[in-house]
Ligand binder design. Structure first.
Ligand SMILES: C[S@@+](CC[C@H](N)C(=O)[O-])C[C@H]1O[C@@H](n2cnc3c(N)ncnc32)[C@H](O)[C@@H]1O
Length: 367
């Protein structure tokens, strides 16, 4: 992997992705793709490794996807510098520590540009007081080495957070620092620098927007907070409880007063908007007070369900962020019956893989 992380290789695969997306979307007659590059190294803010034990030796491993062969990973250049430093420090600290290394089978790292880190240790055993004592020593040791780290231990049906199960990212977006709480094991964008470009693209795309923004699948408020300045109010929904709590915290800590986050699935919210069902979570919220001229969706790989897809067609402007061009294409086949694509973007969140993140702005067709 190290040898292939060259600028030339990167440019080749980047151009290939632009071509692929252009071809895939051609039938919808979009404008040219705006494409956003990633750094060629140290772009992933999280990484997960299996742990291999061989006598005294302990190491991070991965499996070759084709051969399933085991590969020892001493450095992982696609992951942040902080993860690379922590990988070395962690192994040195636990190598001779029986409670920490016994039955340890996986380590997950989550890092931020603000230099905070969560290390999650996963075990095939129950975690006891001896483990907790040693985990706290580990945290102290790593802190003394300069790491701002949270340690989490996880076993079957059991989790110990030594202190917090979250860290706070700070992103400089369009000239402003935004604090984003990120909770362990919850969705966060994997490539922070490409995420910033994606947020700035969305800010630019909505700079002349009027009225309010409705957002579905908002996670920890990634887009909601960055876009708040372009709208009178933002109403955003998300299904995962930890992400909703993080989003509420983020609204408060960033001193943003025009964003409201609801814990609801997109499907339920669509039913509520159509008046098909009443929801306790909407008590006290007057949906008719919102004048949403813009809707932003950022669904998981499966794309939008049929009802949500039809529901968003009533908005004059649709912004669709997608991590799966195939389901995006399926959904666009419906959305382009009522809307035209006015912007198409490719954000290289996942360099050196076939995966790509896209952004589409659609405007309602004029009759
Ligand atoms: C691709 S992530 C995007 C999150 C956020 N927009 C961001 O930029 O970080 C998709 C989000 O949709 C949430 N989600 C998954 N299924 C959902 C559903 N049926 N209704 C609402 N949210 C859902 C996930 O928890 C996740 O936070």
């Amino acid at each position: 992997m190290t040898n292939s992380l060259t600028d030339e290789n990167y440019q080749q695969q980047f151009q290939h992705k632009i071509k692929t997306l252009t071809k895939l979307m051609a039938e919808f007659n979009p404008p040219a793709v705006q494409a956003f590059t990633s750094p060629i190294k140290h772009y992933r803010m999280r990484a997960e490794f299996r742990i291999w034990h061989d006598g005294d030796h302990i190491c991070h491993i991965m499996f070759d996807q084709l051969t399933r062969r085991r590969i020892e990973v001493t450095q992982f250049p696609i992951a942040s510098q902080l993860i690379n430093q922590a990988m070395i420090a962690l192994l040195a600290a636990i190598k001779h520590n029986h409670p920490l290394r016994y039955k340890l089978f996986q380590v997950d790292y989550l890092s931020t540009l603000s230099q905070q880190l969560i290390i999650t240790l996963l075990y095939h055993k129950q975690l006891d007081e001896a483990w907790e004592l040693e985990a706290r020593n580990l945290k102290d040791q790593l802190t003394a080495q300069g790491f701002n780290v949270q340690i989490i231990g996880r076993a079957k049906k059991h989790q110990i957070n030594l202190d917090n199960d979250y860290i706070d990212e700070v992103l400089s977006v369009d000239g402003h620092n935004i604090i984003y709480r990120q909770v362990e094991n919850s969705f966060t964008q994997p490539n922070a620098r490409v995420n910033i470009q994606m947020l700035e693209w969305a800010i630019e795309a909505t700079k002349n927007a009027t009225g309010d923004l409705l957002e579905l699948y908002c996670g920890n408020g990634n887009f909601s907070l960055a876009l708040a300045k372009n709208f009178r109010q933002v109403l955003a929904t998300e299904i995962a409880k930890p992400s909703v709590s993080a989003a509420q915290y983020n609204i408060q800590v960033n001193d943003i007063d025009n964003v409201k986050i609801l814990r609801m699935s997109a499907e339920d919210f669509t039913e509520a908007l159509k008046g098909e069902r009443e929801f306790n979570r909407l008590k006290g919220i007057d949906l008719t007070s919102y004048e949403c001229n813009t809707v932003l969706v950022d669904p998981p790989r499966a794309g939008l369900d049929d009802k949500t897809l039809t529901m968003i067609q009533k908005y004059p402007t649709i912004i669709y962020i997608s991590c799966n061009p195939l389901t995006l294409k399926d959904n666009l086949a419906v959305l382009t019956e009522t809307h035209d694509i006015v912007k198409l973007a490719m954000f290289d969140q996942f360099p050196y893989t076939e995966h790509m993140e896209s952004g589409v702005v659609l405007a309602k067709k004029k009759n």
